[in-house]
Design a protein around this ligand. Structure first.
Ligand SMILES: Cc1cc2nc3c(=O)[nH]c(=O)nc-3n(C[C@H](O)[C@H](O)[C@H](O)COP(=O)(O)OP(=O)(O)OC[C@H]3O[C@@H](n4cnc5c(N)ncnc54)[C@H](O)[C@@H]3O)c2cc1C
Length: 352
């Protein structure tokens, strides 16, 4: 008997598990490696939307919770997970440069947009205009985090590396049973796997495929991230992630030729030095209709909960909403209405 079963050990499952363990709750985590969003993610935390120069939804508040959360995990797992990563936005016109300065006047961005513009950032990245720097940015090595966290769960015998078969859940009075494990509640952190989850697949998750190329270039010598038509993210050892793509139609996690060509075309307009492609990776972002997370209790079964819908910002969103969900379940603290999956209940029951 455990207090909670958690389905999925991606960014959501890790944040939920940590929150529960910190309250002394007992858990069993199921992971079947069917989704790869958290593994392939760039891991970037950046409070500014670089297209429009606006603050991402609640990003300043989320940073205050996310950074200590990942720092604590660094200590717990004895791994270096967070890296400072300055992000530079390449401007493509004078108008964009002006918009940058206009955005700086908004009080919520003043701490994040550097008033100094940079020319000649790197000789292999020619530009007719300047580069602007976002401050306070960085990256979490999500692949390492997932590997290290799952290893930790294995060592303390809390990880079950099998498919969680939804149809085998037995809903009993005030508890659930799944294959010999009895639990008070289940929290589904199954990412785009939610589509196969009969309890929550009424929720409007679209899913958006993202792909990166991993390139090697000895000449590029870039130690900051640059955003132009694509992101170039330095990984060290002359390796860089280039991407990502956004595709609403293809729902497989298999790398595609189409994305490869698209990314190569964009990269070739950005850098002038030689490079070779050494890998291509893909995953489905658990994106929602209204771009807000899907968090809360099942409309009928009070033993079932969902923590999902992080879209393209799981690194920052995860720790905050996991905390909010557990506070809701354990202490009855109401969930903010913009993340509460209740917002879709009416439509669901009216069959809309
Ligand atoms: C190319 C790309 C780049 C990205 N870059 C960034 C970035 O730079 N910064 C950022 O913040 N976000 C980024 N994201 C988004 C981020 O990856 C997601 O928001 C986040 O990973 C979602 O985490 P999750 O745990 O909800 O879902 P997932 O990572 O999909 O985790 C769900 C887990 O549940 C498991 N699972 C599913 N069904 C079952 C089942 N039935 N039984 C057992 N296990 C199951 C899956 O195997 C998976 O491990 C990126 C995404 C992509 C695809």
């Amino acid at each position: 008997m455990v207090d909670y079963i958690i389905v999925g050990a991606g960014l959501s499952g890790i944040a939920v598990t940590e929150e529960l363990l910190s309250m002394g709750k007992t858990v069993r985590v199921f992971e079947n490696n069917s989704q790869s969003s958290s593994t392939v993610a760039g891991g970037v935390f950046n409070p500014v939307i670089l297209k429009r120069f606006t603050l991402a939804w609640q990003a300043d508040e989320q940073m205050k919770i996310a950074l200590p959360f990942y720092k604590a995990l660094e200590n717990k797992l004895n791994e270096k997970l967070i890296h400072d990563l300055p992000i530079f936005r390449k401007f493509s016109s004078i108008e964009e440069q002006n918009n940058w300065f206009a955005a700086m006047d908004k009080t919520n961005l003043v701490n994040f947009l550097n008033p100094k513009l940079y020319n000649d950032l790197n000789e292999n990245l020619p530009s007719n205009f300047s580069f602007g720097q976002v401050m306070g940015t960085g990256a979490v090595n999500t692949k390492l985090l997932l590997e290290a966290y799952r290893e930790y769960l294995r060592n303390v015998n809390l990880l079950d590396e099998h498919d969680f078969k939804y149809e085998e859940v037995r809903l009993l009075e005030g508890k659930v049973e799944f294959k010999g494990t009895s639990a008070g509640k289940i929290i589904f952190c199954d990412g785009f796997g939610l589509k196969d989850n009969p309890f929550f697949n009424y929720l409007p998750m679209n899913g958006n495929k993202g792909e990166y190329l991993v390139i090697r270039s000895k000449e590029l010598k870039l130690n900051v991230a640059v955003k132009s038509s694509v992101f170039i993210l330095p990984l060290g050892d002359d390796l860089y992630k280039v991407g990502a793509t956004y595709n609403n139609f293809d729902k497989s996690s298999v790398p595609s030729q189409e994305a490869r060509e698209q990314l190569l075309q964009k990269l070739e307009t950005m850098i002038t030095c030689k490079f070779e492609v050494v890998d291509q990776i893909a995953g489905i972002r658990p994106s929602t209709n209204d771009r807000k997370p899907l968090v809360g209790m099942h409309p009928k079964h009070t033993q079932l909960y969902c923590c999902n819908g992080f879209g393209s910002r799981g690194v920052l969103i995860g720790p905050t909403v996991a905390k909010q969900l557990i506070q809701f379940i354990e202490r009855g603290v109401p969930l903010p209405s913009d993340i509460n999956l209740k917002r879709f209940e009416k439509k669901h029951y009216l069959g809309l």
